[in-house]
Design a protein around this ligand. Structure first.
Ligand code: COS
Length: 375
């Protein structure tokens, strides 16, 4: 047993149970996220788990982050949407590619939880096919001028800055995409109204419209033309974050199913005493244990700087499909009650569903896994 990880697990579990649990229903039904909880998560250093101390983070790794995401998602999946970007997508691109000055200006407040930021890659016609992106950045003296539309951008409305990927050379998009840091309120950047989503209601998702947005060249992140590979690399990190979140959601489904089936009496006995129900619960628990072990393995490899190949995709694919399956089975075990908003499993089922879609669908993960095997 890794005592340090177990201590972190206990402490985050207590925090989530005591501070977040009382708001879970309100967050889901009200489609908002309390500032008070954001501040508390920042005070617990949850926004910067994987960011070194010198840049305002906790100086830990992906193993610790996985435990944090799992324990928070177990109580309120939406809450993890406020922790992932700073630790994975945005945090990792800044850590690896930003200049020292950019790190001081952007990464430090992000890791401390003083500001929110997001990652804008997807477009209306470029979702799974990221290379189909059409947002353009044209050079103009000391500046670039950005035009285009990004879609499904997490927390865009609250973000103090957005990492926008745009094409600087359309002859080869894989080698002609660049990442730009666009500050909130930059003229020409318009954030759309939040999507009316099925779940994860504690986090907004909006379009980002860029109309002749003038960005100085010192706001380029990394090298000109290196943006696509940067996005793909950070998505590998992001995917292990989603896998950990899925394990947490899956665990909450198991918790709810155990609690409900023990209490529910049919045919004169608790349904948890029936073999058919017990087999379902055993199957759920087994799949969940496998998913957790996969996440732990990939997180350890990332921390030890070992090559992960397609393993982040394998973990994301398996953990998220498992999460959706377990949430569905747990709802089934609740019978008609599971179909009402009176039981937490209804929200858990809705929240689970996006995990096989965002940060690369299950089908994209299958493509990457098969390529690693065959090509
Ligand atoms: N790390 C670094 N470089 C990578 C990479 C990675 N993980 N994955 C791909 N690349 C590079 C390739 O090496 C290639 O570079 P060269 O042209 O210099 O050889 C380039 O990127 C293009 O890759 P590829 O040829 O594999 O492109 P495809 O269009 O065949 O596939 C996929 C790209 C499908 C893998 C990509 O579009 C993808 O991941 N799509 C899903 C996007 C996604 O997850 N969206 C959700 C966003 S939520 S923030």
């Amino acid at each position: 047993m890794n005592y340090k990880l177990e201590l972190i697990r206990d402490s985050v579990r207590n925090f989530a149970e005591q501070e977040i649990r009382p708001y879970t229903r309100e967050i889901d039904e009200g489609r908002f996220y309390p500032d008070k909880l954001l501040k508390m998560m920042a005070d617990q250093q949850l926004m910067g788990v994987t960011i070194p101390r010198e840049y305002g983070g906790a100086g830990l790794g992906f193993q610790e982050l996985s435990v944090v995401l799992e324990e928070i998602a177990r109580v309120c999946a939406s809450s993890t949407m406020h922790i992932t970007s700073s630790n994975t997508l945005v945090g990792q691109v800044f850590l690896e590619f930003a200049t020292e000055e950019q790190k001081k200006q952007y990464l430090v407040p992000l890791a401390k939880g003083e500001v929110t930021a997001t990652f804008a890659l997807s477009e209306p016609e470029a979702g799974s096919d990221a290379l189909a992106m059409s947002t353009k950045a044209e050079e103009d003296g000391d500046n670039y001028i950005l035009n285009g539309r990004k879609t499904f951008i997490t927390n865009a409305l609250e973000s103090e800055f957005i990492v926008v990927f745009a094409v600087t050379n359309s002859t080869n998009i894989a080698r002609g995409t660049t990442a730009f840091i666009v500050d909130r309120n930059t003229e020409g950047m318009i954030i759309g109204k939040p999507e009316n989503k099925m779940g994860m209601n504690g986090s907004n998702t909006s379009d980002v419209l860029l109309r002749n947005v003038v960005i100085n060249k010192n706001q380029v992140l990394g090298r000109i033309g290196s943006g696509f590979k940067m996005a793909m690399k950070s998505l590998d990190m992001g995917r292990i974050g989603v896998a950990a979140q899925a394990v947490g959601i899956g665990q909450s489904a198991v918790d709810e199913a155990v609690q409900f089936t023990k209490k529910r009496v049919q045919f004169g006995r608790s349904i948890s005493s029936m073999q058919g129900v017990r087999f379902m619960l055993a199957d759920m628990q087994t799949r969940l244990s496998v998913a957790r072990a996969m996440v732990e393995k990939v997180a350890r490899k990332i921390d030890e700087k070992e090559k992960i190949g397609a393993e982040a995709s394998i973990a994301k694919y398996y953990a998220t499909e498992t999460c959706v399956k377990i949430a569905g089975d747990a709802l089934q075990l609740h019978g008609g009650y599971g179909y009402t908003k009176d039981y937490a499993i209804e929200r858990i089922f809705r929240d689970s569903r996006v995990t096989t879609i965002y940060e690369g669908t299950s089908q994209i993960q299958q493509i990457l896994i098969a390529r690693d095997l065959l090509d």
